[in-house]
Design a protein around this ligand. Structure first.
Ligand SMILES: Nc1ncnc2c1ncn2[C@@H]1O[C@H](COP(=O)(O)OP(=O)(O)OP(=O)(O)O)[C@@H](O)[C@H]1O
Ligand SMILES: [Mg+2]
Length: 624
């Protein structure tokens, strides 16, 4: 029978560290929070190798008394709480007194700190950071440093740096090799760190923050950058310029921040930021309330972008329910749900956004993932090898391009991808497809087709998606996917995490003809893309692909990734429900039905067509 043993402290620390320190980004989070609690107004962060080699955080906060340095690394030792009651009045980011002890248990840490007062005292005594012999000074009058190597403390020693705290965390997980092995590539880990940095920067305007990776500046936000400027820094102009401010008080609760226009939608909830009393949190219920606020304004599977700040008296919330404090428990979550939902909904209603749900047709319509750019032509999707090319209905074209008259007389130029996609150069003349013109489009969504034994109702998007999927699959299999190089690649600005994940899957994307290259910072360039995507803007496809990759809980296998991306491509290159089609396009699409192995279902499993037999119709109308 196994006997029970009291675990040694070193094991207990490692177990505890496992809860708080999952990866380098967790260290950055804890250190930043400590600096904030110390009242820092400037924090500089240096990272090497995605944080696995070095994480250095330097702040100008109030520092730590040299006599407390050893305690700072002790478990359950904190300056932020005294009694259990204080737990319900938490105003600091930290309070559990376990972060430094956890970090010290799994890394090699040096902490140097000097209080602001000692800085003043040192100056009065005529010394400064360059004093040649710090040992001449009375211990305690200046700063001190301490080292913690996998839980073993050495020091403190006198340290004569500038007031504030400087922590270096080296070789994270050096003594837990299995965990170290689980670290992802430096760029992925750096992506996570950037995400933490973003959260803190959004939550604390007024704070000067810098972030460097391997000696290169990644971000710098100055104290004067307000929230909007910061959103611009992290999410780009596109999001920053499409935000609606909210600011509402209800009882003790105050909700403010921004909700984005539905046109900025994403494929996941990662751009939904919620802060409670200055702390980033995740809350399913309030996330749901936000999404409900957008009901009817977003397609299924699309998520709003929002930056919400909720302020509540500390006694209305329990922040001690999660080791990393990223989840909290509200005293009255029902009331908060309704408050968030109503605030978001009412604000969006003020903007009269419902028209955005309509197919893209307005000349001044905003540019969304679903609509072609108003200033661009959108070549017919049917212009592809093996299929006739058609010009679009001039009426639709002039609406889409935002101009009328002479341009509507012209042939729509094929997208950069299309001309190269046609073997032998010149597109063929459109053949006559009269035999299937017994088809009509209804609600710009369904095609109703007469067949010899009844009537088919085709979902135009689902069918086209299926056909394209088969075609992409076949071409990928043959290695014959038509690829269009982009002569002047357009830089696409992404969130750091997105850029990292995209570059990580560069090879698989390459197999699909999507060439992506690092352009520095969080910007990538698309160097080539599959000709089939001619209708969609490459940057938009890229964003979709990233959203998709980030949605995956587990790292997909290469096959899964290929298959997922093929269906994603097919889905986004296909005509949409809401697209008005010309007679020729209807005919071509109906014709394509026979070219695919399985046209009964789209790659997502939805049916592509419903058949109503003549017999059924006759029976329904009581003819038989
Ligand atoms: N940058 C800093 N400036 C000043 N004091 C600090 C700094 N970092 C840590 N400390 C001191 O060290 C103590 C221990 O830090 P640690 O992060 O382990 O615990 P905590 O912040 O109190 O709680 P939590 O575990 O929830 O973060 C803090 O309570 C604080 O007094
Ligand atoms: Mg802390």
């Amino acid at each position: 029978m196994p006997r029970i043993l009291q675990l040694p402290t070193s094991v207990i620390t490692k177990i505890a560290a496992g809860e708080v320190i999952e990866r380098p980004a967790s260290v950055v989070k804890e250190l930043l929070e400590n600096s904030l609690d110390a009242g820092a107004t400037r924090i500089d962060i240096d990272i090497e190798q995605g944080g696995s080699e070095l994480i250095r955080v330097v702040d100008n906060g109030h520092g730590i008394d040299p006599d407390d340095l050893r305690l700072a690394f002790a478990n359950h030792a904190t300056s932020k709480l005294e009694t259990a009651d204080d737990l319900f009045a938490v105003r600091t980011m930290g309070f559990r007194g376990e972060a430094l002890s956890s970090i010290g248990g799994v890394a090699q840490v040096t902490l140097q700190s000097r209080s602001q007062e000692s800085g003043v005292r040192g100056q009065e005594a005529g010394v400064n950071a360059l004093t040649p012999d710090p040992c001449l000074l009375t211990p305690g009058s200046l700063g001190a440093e301490i080292a913690c190597n996998g839980g073993d403390l050495s020091g403190p020693r006198i340290w004569n740096g500038s007031p504030g705290t400087r922590i270096e965390v080296r070789h994270l997980f050096f003594n837990t090799p299995v965990r170290r092995k689980f670290l992802k590539t430096a760029s992925t880990e750096m992506g996570h760190i950037c995400e933490i940095f973003t959260r803190i920067a959004l939550a604390k305007p007024g704070l000067h923050l810098t972030l460097q990776h391997n000696g290169k500046k990644v971000y710098e936000v100055s104290a004067s950058d307000d929230l909007l400027a910061r959103i611009g820094t992290f999410f780009g102009k596109e999001v920053r310029d499409q935000l609606y401010a909210i600011d509402k008080q209800q009882g003790p609760a105050h909700l403010f921040g921004y909700v984005a226009d539905p046109a900025c939608d994403r494929g996941n909830t990662k751009a939904q930021y919620l802060f409670l009393n200055g702390r980033w949190i995740r809350d399913r219920s309030l996330g749901h309330a936000l999404q409900e606020g957008y009901r009817g304004l977003l397609m299924t599977g699309r998520y709003a972008v929002a930056f919400l700040f909720l302020e509540l008296p500390p006694d209305q919330v329990d922040v001690n329910v999660h080791p990393t404090k990223s989840e909290v428990r509200f005293r009255d979550s029902g009331a908060l749900y309704s408050f968030v939902l109503a605030t978001v909904r009412n604000r969006l209603n003020e903007e009269n956004l419902t028209s955005r749900l309509q197919p893209p047709s307005s000349p001044n319509g905003s540019q969304t993932y679903f609509s072609p750019r108003p200033t661009e032509y959108t070549p017919s999707l049917f212009a592809k090898p093996g299929f006739p090319t058609f010009t679009k209905n001039p009426e639709i074209r002039s609406q889409e391009s935002g101009v009328s008259g002479q341009e509507s007389e012209e042939e729509i130029p094929a997208s950069p991808g299309m001309s190269a996609a046609i073997p032998g150069g010149e597109p063929e003349a459109p053949p006559v497809l009269q035999e299937v013109l017994n088809a009509i489009q209804v609600h710009n969504t369904y095609l109703v087709v007469e067949t010899s034994d009844g009537m088919l109702v085709i979902d135009q998007h689902a069918l086209h998606e299926r056909v394209l999927y088969e075609e992409i699959k076949e071409r990928v299999r043959q290695g014959a996917l038509d690829v269009q190089p982009i002569l002047i690649p357009e830089p696409v600005e992404l969130a750091a995490e997105q850029a990292a994940i995209l570059l990580e899957h560069r090879q698989a994307l390459d197999a699909l003809g999507l060439g992506v290259e690092d352009f520095g910072g969080n910007t990538v360039i698309v160097t080539r893309y599959p000709a089939l995507l001619g209708r969609r803007h490459p940057a938009e496809i890229l964003k979709r692909v990233t959203d998709h990759l980030m949605n995956k809980e587990r790292v997909p296998t290469r096959e899964q990734l290929l298959s997922d991306l093929m269906s994603l491509m097919a889905c986004h290159a296909a005509v949409r429900s809401g697209d008005a089609l010309t007679n020729e396009e209807i005919a071509a699409l109906v014709e394509m039905r026979h070219l695919s192995n399985d046209t009964h279902h789209c790659p997502h499993g939805r049916p592509t067509a419903l058949l109503f037999t003549r017999q059924e119709l006759d029976r329904q109308f009581r003819r038989i």
